[in-house]
Design a protein around this ligand. Structure first.
Ligand code: ADP
Length: 322
């Protein structure tokens, strides 16, 4: 998909409207030597949206995130934040960036870390105090505020790290793998924190290795492979436009010595019969009856609903973790 500059909604006056994308990535190219990391990547993050960026290892996600916040200079293409180029130095103040690697000081307390990052973002005196108090509450660490972060669990460190990137109230937040190395309970907590920010109007882009997070915690998904967007949309749209919505039924049966019963195929890899149905409740009784009629006894049966994992595998030919 190639997004042209003309296709980004821009009011004639240059004023911000609800239609102006929070972030527009337009035809980004970036090579490291002979290695073409980005090859014309384009997509839009709408205001108030939570967007998950998925792709196999090496697809270009980190380069993309770094280009979106001005930390990597693309060879070609542009990034607009609320209608303004990120080359404009004031524009980046509206953005918060949470890198993949923890970037907090182990020998400072949670509060000192927040004060330090708040100052880096230009916060001073009363404003700084207010925002640090807000952040400690937001991350649920008010009672541990004065402890050194080196004694914190992985999840607690991540929460401090995220808070450091949002003290200045960014309107757009980019997170590269915000839940890497944290337990499921902390993951849940981090997503609750992000949802709270989103409800207050922050637009969010995140990369993740957890397909379930992308499915349940984002409004839209962008799949990147070989430095290009290969698909984007809601989970329902992605399923419909790639593998279709039919459920796959796999059946293990004994007593069937000959060919598959009508309407079923033999999958030698699975060692089971398979068929696809639009409506499980309507179609399954007929399938079972056909097996019985030819002398088969059903031993096991599984219905598979197409999901993001199937879409991802279909589009990239790879597992997310490969
Ligand atoms: P992802 O985050 O999806 O794993 P990356 O953006 O890290 O992808 O990498 C995309 C491609 O660019 C990979 O082939 C990677 O090896 C290469 N790459 C990334 N950063 C550098 C760098 N600083 N120098 C050289 N090659 C790099």
């Amino acid at each position: 998909m190639t997004l042209s500059l003309d296709s980004i909604p821009q009011p004639p006056s240059g004023a911000l409207t609800l239609e102006t994308p929070a972030l527009a990535v337009v035809d980004l190219w970036k090579a490291y030597g002979n290695n073409q990391a980005l090859q014309g990547t384009s997509f839009v993050l709408n205001q108030g949206e939570r967007l998950a960026l998925l792709g196999p290892n090496g697809a270009g996600k980190t380069t993309l995130i770094r280009s979106m916040c001005g930390r990597v200079r693309p060879d070609r293409g542009q990034v607009f934040l609320l209608g303004k180029s990120i080359r404009d130095p004031d524009v980046l103040l509206q953005m918060g960036v949470i890198p993949q690697d923890l970037a907090i000081y182990a020998d400072l307390t949670a509060k000192q870390n927040l004060e330090c990052f708040g100052q880096l973002h230009g916060l001073r005196s009363r404003k700084l105090k207010e925002r640090v108090a807000w952040a400690l509450k937001w991350i649920g660490l008010e009672d541990r505020a004065n402890e050194l972060t080196k004694g914190f669990s992985g999840g607690m460190k991540r929460r401090v790290n995220i808070a450091c990137g949002v003290l200045h109230r960014p309107r757009i937040l980019l997170l590269d793998e915000p839940t890497v190395g944290v337990d499921p309970q902390s993951r849940q907590r981090i997503f609750d924190m992000l949802d709270e920010l989103n409800e207050e109007g922050t637009s969010i882009v995140l990369t993740t290795h957890h397909l379930d997070e992308a499915e349940t915690r984002s409004d839209r998904i962008v799949i990147v492979d070989h430095g290009k967007v290969v698909a984007e949309g809601t989970i329902d749209h992605l399923i419909e436009s790639t593998i279709g919505t039919q459920r796959q039924v796999t059946i293990q049966a004994s007593g069937l010595l000959v060919a598959a019963p009508p309407g079923l195929e033999w999958d030698s890899e699975k060692g089971r019969f398979v068929c696809w149905v639009d409506n499980v409740a309507d179609e399954l009784p007929g399938i079972l009856e056909r097996i019985q009629k030819v002398g088969g006894v059903v031993l096991d049966l599984e219905v598979h609903q197409p999901n993001l994992h199937d879409v991802f595998l279909h589009l990239t030919g790879k597992e997310l973790r490969e």
